[in-house]
Design a binder for this molecule. Structure first.
Ligand code: AMP
Ligand code: MG
Length: 350
């Protein structure tokens, strides 16, 4: 096994991508950046190679992987058909952070281990140039989930994930901090309407510019109860969660959010418990907590920072982490979806 970093400037050389592509062709795993988060990739056409991903991540076998492609020919080879709406979406959002669920052509092309035995397959064409070149040079579609041990926050920079994944992959392409910081928007098109199964950088509002009816699956914001049927297996699993107890607090009215966060902090202080508040920069001075971390100024910054912040939480000796909510407009929906999972659905909206 070789793990190698690129040089300090994080500029990846042509030869490095070629070497990584050789590992993919040889049935091994490669850690690579995309514009969303890092992925652990394997040749999507090789069942034995894909099984290694599930082992490296400790991922549940019934949680399907997204297949990454670099050209439309690859899509045509994999899927049974491409509908009119799908065509429109591809034209507008690919390459980019949108995963579309298609009917799979056959299990002889995309093996069952990739789709977790479903007849559908999630496909995405990344815009990140390293990802694009890696797929192109490998000459095969690459199945890749987020680079993290299952349950942990996704990896947005190599430094955050190296300790949990080193030795499990044959090659590491280090492209620095990923642009977006949250995983792709996952959608399914049915009867001329779009269902958002996982929100991401491509927002409901953007999708509405292409298709009139866009619905958010109820499990994007609601907990899956036992034995409930889900549209996407990933919804069932614990995600992004630090070991330290977390709580999200949100109000549309700023003062109410500040008051509630300080009220909860005060209760904790009376029990001699330590609180860390992670909130927007401009509000940090209003909080009475001992520890305060800046989550960013804009929603874009919050998206980029949040997984790294969640990964650091367990290093602090605090009893409760309070996360400011960001609302559900635009990119806020994707951030909220990650925050409430990080809190194991422990949240207050006032
Ligand atoms: P990750 O690879 O960790 O970014 O997670 C991929 C997400 O896409 C998971 O929540 C999967 O359940 C979901 N997904 C992948 N393929 C399908 C599919 N064919 N149908 C529904 N959801 C899917
Ligand atoms: Mg993941």
């Amino acid at each position: 096994m070789i793990s190698r970093y690129s040089d300090q400037t994080k500029k990846i050389k042509e030869e490095e991508i070629e070497e990584a592509a050789r590992e993919i062709k040889n049935g091994n795993l490669v850690l690579f950046p995309t514009e969303t988060v890092y992925g652990i990739g394997a040749n999507a056409l090789d069942a034995e190679a894909v099984k290694k991903i599930f082992i490296a991540k400790g991922r549940a076998q019934d949680n399907p992987l997204i297949v990454h492609i670099s050209n439309i020919q690859m899509l045509e080879d994999i899927v049974a058909n491409i509908g009119v709406l799908e065509h429109k979406l591809i034209e507008k959002f690919w390459p980019g952070p949108l995963t579309v669920i298609f009917q799979r052509k056959s299990k002889e092309v995309i093996p069952n281990v990739v789709t977790a035995n479903l007849d559908t397959v999630g496909i995405r064409m990344p815009s990140n140039l390293i990802a694009k070149e890696l797929i192109e040079k490998s000459g095969v579609p690459i199945a890749a989930p987020s680079a993290n041990v299952s349950g942990k926050p996704s990896g947005t920079k190599v430094e955050d994930i190296i300790s949990e994944l080193d030795g499990k992959v044959a090659y590491i392409l280090d492209g620095g901090l990923t642009d977006i910081g949250l995983e792709s928007t996952v959608i399914k098109v049915e009867n001329n309407k779009i269902d958002i199964l996982r929100p991401g950088k491509i927002t409901k509002e953007q999708l509405e510019q292409v298709v009139e009816e866009v619905e958010i699956d109820k499990h994007v914001l609601e907990k899956v109860e036992q034995n409930e049927v889900v549209s996407s297996p990933g919804m069932k699993y614990r995600h992004y969660a630090p070991n330290t107890k977390c709580m999200m607090i949100y109000s549309k009215v700023e003062e109410e959010m500040i008051d509630k966060i300080n009220e909860v902090t005060n209760q904790m202080k009376q029990e001699n418990k330590k609180v860390l508040v992670i909130g927007k920069q401009e509000r940090l001075d209003s909080y009475i907590a001992d520890e305060k971390w800046n989550m960013g100024k804009t929603l874009e910054e919050v998206a980029k920072n949040i997984f790294t912040l969640l990964r650091k939480v367990d290093k602090e000796q605090v009893d409760l982490v309070i996360l400011e909510g960001v609302g559900e407009k635009g990119l806020g929906l994707a951030i909220t979806n990650r925050l409430i999972r990080a809190c194991a659905y422990n949240y207050i909206v006032v």
